[in-house]
Design a protein around this ligand. Sequence first.
Ligand code: AMP
Length: 172
Amino acid sequence: MIDQLKSSIRDIPDFPKKGILFKDITTLCKDAAMFQRMVDLMAHRYVGKKIDLVVGIEARGFVVGAALAYKLGAGVVLVRKPGKLPHKTHKASYALEYGTDSLEIHQDAIEAGQNVIIADDLLATGGTAGAVAGLVTQMGGNIVECAFIVELDELKGRDKLLPHPVFSLIKY
Ligand code: AMP
C-alpha cells in the first residue's frame, strides 16, 4: 500500500534549484485512489484523540491539512507566507532546505489547551515545521503530532521538532 503511494510521487531533479531533488506530490493528489488512501492512513492515527485543530502550512500543507481536519471533524488553521493573512498575526522566521522565509498565523487561531496536529506535505530539514511548532506552542496549543506525507530521513528534520512526536507515511 505504502509502496503504491510512494511510486505515485514524482521526482523532479534540480527544482527549485540545482542539487534539490523535489518530491512532487501533485501526482499523488490527482490520483483519486491514492489521495483517499493517503488521507485515510494519516487520519486513522488520530481517531479518538480529540483533535481540535489541524494546522496546515502554505501551500501543500493546506491540501493535507484540510482533508485531515474534515476526516477528523476538526477545524483547520492556515499558516501562511507574510502579508497574506488579513487579521493580527504572530510571525516566525526559519531556515529552509533552499533559503530562508517567514510564516504567519492569526493571533486568535488557536486557544490555549486545544489539541493540534501540524500538517505539511514534506519534512526536510524541519525548519518550516519547527517554526510552526514554535508558534503553536507560544499560543498554548497542545501539539499531538506533526504529520507529513514524506520525510527525508537523512536531513534529520524530526530532531528539530523534538519533543513533539512526528509521523510520516513515506520515508526516503
Ligand atoms: P524544511 O523546512 O527543510 O523541512 O522544508 C520543508 C518545506 O519545504 C515543506 O513545506 C516542503 O513542501 C518543502 N520542501 C523542502 N524540500 C523539499 C523537497 N526535496 N521536495 C519537495 N518539497 C520540499
